[in-house]
Design a binder for this molecule. Structure first.
Ligand code: BG6
Length: 497
């Protein structure tokens, strides 16, 4: 696809995300020849930096590019750095953007970026609307001379109400087709591959429904704790930080009906329908029985002491924010009626892994009496990360007399596709937005539908009577009480065990 000449204006450019994610992604695009001929990055922030300072900070002396700076020719990185400029916004983001407009105009004339501008909001979310408004007031959102797009980082809202207000606020200044809500999980190859697994194969989709699927399990585990983000995390928690966005995105791709084509609106229409069909939990009993929250506790992992969540920097010592969430739910539509979904996400687990397990039903008549394997043993395991790939578990006959059945694996690893370099999530998503492809970005109604499902759970956890907060030792698979959720079905599949 064609990437038009353009300028990327990053708000909050002196923050961590720019150096850690955006610039390395841009560097990869630069190296692989994906950047347009005329390309400018203008960092805008409240820090007092010169162009040269900014280049040093995010490129030339960036610890996130060390290997490139060391190993590759200096010329390349120098040329890359020369695309970067910086504009100090002063004390506040809520100022008149006329000086910014002047700078953008000058750079545009000098570098030939043809009036095409991508604004990337990497600031605290409370500033999104302010920035959008100030851009519009300064005439920087109109598209009569080149396109203007706005990328918004997560978190997108704090609840259904705030997400709706934010959508409304942004849409006053930019049209929906100009707004790109980033969810970096959609940039992951394996997440996109859910669509291909389902809709480019005739061996899976016919089974992809309540007639053949017993239940679906999704695990998202991280071994790290909240790291240096205690302050942010304590106001967020696992449900807002991971479930509302990344995990419900995965759910929507599993649940959705086949789109009529691969266009952005065609796919997103089906995702919205899928999210709207999740059964919203309304009564306290269901909320009590189908949701579990917990916090990690101090522990020793490989001889090293790790802090409990409540001792982390920036975290309230009496915090009731969850670092673990497990939710059971149903999907009210023709395809999924009565099929339970079990989704859990947590920090400080034994390992970092995200996987989807499709558990198929037992064959309706058991012929092989001495089968020896668990009856629900047909599984399709989609490894989102790491060891990206797909594993199918099925029964085979044990050689010899009789019909003893044992489990066998068919296993595909993405790494076996040696020829292909897999793009990083941010790299892929940035490139898509630069080319005007919003397929992998969340639409307003999608985000709102996800909040609609999550809101009552958050509300119940905050205000419900006798809502337990379990503890789990860091480095374990979470509270054993979470097994109750999945009771009658078996146990959570703990990858690697
Ligand atoms: C982010 C969350 O969105 O996703 C973090 O804010 C989390 O808390 C991260 O660590 C996980 O992303 P990944 O790609 O490492 O699974």
């Amino acid at each position: 696809k064609n990437t038009e000449n353009q300028m990327l204006v990053i708000f909050g450019a002196s923050g961590d995300l720019t150096a850690r994610k955006l610039v390395p992604a841009l560097y990869n695009l630069y190296e692989s020849g994906h950047l347009p001929k005329n390309f400018v990055v203008l960092g805008a922030s409240r820090s007092d930096l010169s162009d040269e300072d900014f280049r040093k900070k995010v490129v030339l002396e960036s610890k996130y590019l060390t290997d490139k700076i060391k190993d590759k020719n200096r010329d390349g990185i120098q040329k890359f750095a020369e695309m970067f400029f910086y504009e100090d916004l002063g004390k506040d983001y809520d100022v008149d953007y006329t000086p910014l407009r002047k700078r953008v105009g000058d750079l545009n004339d000098e570098k030939g970026t043809e009036g095409n501008i991508m604004y990337y909001l990497s600031t605290p979310p409370t500033l999104y609307e302010t920035i959008a408004k100030n851009l519009a007031d300064a005439g920087l959102s109109t598209q009569n001379n080149g396109w203007k797009r706005l990328i918004v980082e997560k978190p997108f809202g704090y609840s259904l109400e705030t997400a709706k207000a934010l959508n409304k606020g942004l849409q006053q200044h930019f049209s929906e087709s100009q707004i790109y809500r980033i969810d970096h999980y959609l940039g992951k190859e394996t997440v996109q591959n859910l669509l291909v697994t389902r809709f480019a194969n005739s061996i899976f989709e016919p089974l992809w429904n309540r007639n053949y699927i017993d239940h679906i399990e999704i695990t998202n585990a991280e071994s790290v704790g909240v790291e240096k983000r205690g302050g942010y995390y304590d106001k967020s928690g696992a449900l807002r930080d991971m479930f509302q966005n990344h995990l419900l995105q995965i759910v929507s791709l599993i649940v959705m009906e086949p789109p009529i084509g691969d266009g952005a609106e065609e796919i997103r229409n089906e995702k919205v329908k899928a999210l709207k069909s999740l059964r919203v939990m309304k009564d306290e009993k269901t909320l009590h029985d189908h949701t579990i929250r917990a916090q990690y506790m101090a522990s020793e992992i490989n001889g090293e002491k790790v802090k409990g969540y409540r001792e982390e920097e920036g975290v309230d010592p009496e915090s009731t924010t969850e670092t673990y969430a497990a939710i059971k739910f149903f999907v009210d539509n023709w395809r999924w009626k009565d099929v339970p979904f079990y989704v859990r996400t947590a920090k400080r687990m034994p390992t970092k892994v995200t996987e989807v397990v499709i558990h198929f039903k037992t064959p309706h008549h058991q012929i092989f009496k001495e089968s020896g394997i668990h009856s629900k043993d047909n599984k399709l395991i989609i490894r989102i990360q790491p060891d990206e790939g797909i594993l199918i578990k099925f029964g085979v006959k044990v050689p010899g007399q009789g019909f003893k059945v044992e489990r066998a694996n068919l296993d595909f690893y993405y790494s076996s596709l040696v020829e292909t370099r897999v793009m990083e999530a941010y790299e892929r998503l940035l490139l898509d937005a630069m080319q005007g492809d919003a397929t992998l970005y969340a639409r307003a109604d999608e985000v709102e539908a996800a909040w609609e499902f999550v809101d009552p759970i958050l509300d119940y956890w905050q205000k419900g009577k006798d809502v337990r907060m379990y503890g789990y030792p860091s480095g374990t698979w979470g509270p054993t009480n979470a097994d109750d959720l999945i009771e009658g079905i078996g146990f959570w599949r703990n990858p690697g065990e």
